[in-house]
Design a protein around this ligand. Structure first.
Ligand code: C2E
Ligand code: CA
Ligand code: CA
Ligand code: CA
Length: 279
């Protein structure tokens, strides 16, 4: 329409759309009960890359928003966190996936370890440990079959509450994993007192295999770091045979990614993987 200021107008329109979207997402987060909002979960298999055996599954949330349609967790998780709804959302998701777990355990007599993503904010809360244990009891899931993946944890390192929550979880047999290892945080000093069982190598490094020489050097050093710390290891975002081969060569046996399976609807996962020879 107008030439002058069109750049500003474009910018303004885009900002407005983004803010509108955010408001529509927030409105839905605040209206009524979580079970009626269109959330669901998908699960992605984690495998031993040598034997092909199933190690566990990662739970990822999906949202079919009534107005906006399918939303990415990259969009709605930060908004849920910012607006104080992440706790309720995570509890809702736990109910969804642990209910499946209970059903599988009863039907097949075995259960993969179920991992759930937990943001730092939730760990910095007195209620965390009690809530997790209550949920596991409710669905009759043994704590050894449960894992938490900690994301965005740069801000939480100094909190005693976080450390005590994690220690209590581990003392019950829950696995604690660091998600996206190697990105977004500088320094390794936290590893000296952070209660961790497992390191998840970010897909950024995996995608560099065969492409960026430095990724391979970094991957090798993460493998020896994990050995030294007595942590188990899993690489995420494995998409090609070449990546798999390299990871096996350097001794990272845990793998997860599109090369094996995308995140699956629980029923699809069940059909393909249950009953399997589980760890
Ligand atoms: P993340 O925890 O690092 O999860 C890995 C993401 O990579 C997932 O995206 C997964 O679908 C995708 N992915 C899996 N395999 C491959 C692969 O081979 N190649 C590529 N390119 N991508 C792969 P998704 O499901 O869109 O989730 C995005 C992020 O949102 C997650 O990253 C996690 O940080 C967050 N998120 C998802 N669900 C939840 C949740 O329930 N709670 C919390 N707190 N965060 C969640
Ligand atoms: Ca994760
Ligand atoms: Ca990750
Ligand atoms: Ca990631």
């Amino acid at each position: 329409k107008k030439k002058r200021g069109s750049c500003f107008l474009l910018f303004h329109d885009e900002m407005k759309t983004r803010l509108d979207r955010k408001r529509v997402i927030e409105d839905e987060l605040f209206s009524g009960e979580f079970k009626n909002k269109g959330f669901s979960c998908v699960v992605q298999p984690q495998l031993d890359g040598k034997s092909g055996r199933l190690i566990g599954i990662e739970t990822l949330s999906r949202w079919n928003h009534p107005e906006l349609g399918i939303l990415s967790p990259y969009e709605f998780i930060p908004i849920a966190e910012e607006s104080g709804k992440i706790r309720e959302l995570t509890i809702h998701l736990l109910n969804l996936v642990l209910a499946e777990g209970k059903r599988w355990a009863e039907k097949y007599g075995s259960l993969p370890r179920i991992a759930v993503n937990v943001t730092s904010h939730l760990l910095d809360d007195k209620r965390f440990y009690g809530t997790v244990m209550r949920m596991l009891r409710k669905w009759n899931i043994p704590p050894e079959r449960f894992e938490i993946e900690i994301t965005e944890w740069k801000e939480i390192l100094s909190s005693d509450l976080v450390l005590s929550n994690l220690r209590k979880c581990r003392s019950q047999g829950i696995t604690v994993a660091i998600d996206d290892f190697g990105t977004g945080f500088s320094g390794l000093s936290y590893l000296t007192n952070f209660p961790v069982d497992k390191i998840k190598i970010d897909q950024f490094f995996v995608s560099g295999i065969g492409m960026i020489g430095k990724s391979e050097a970094i991957l090798k050093s993460i493998v020896s770091l994990a050995k030294g710390l007595d942590c188990s290891l899993i690489a995420e975002g494995v998409e090609t045979e070449e990546q798999l081969r390299f990871l096996m060569e350097i001794g990272c046996r845990g793998v997860q990614g599109y090369y094996f399976d995308a995140p699956l609807a629980p029923a699809e996962f069940e059909k393909k993987y249950m009953p399997a020879s589980l760890s």
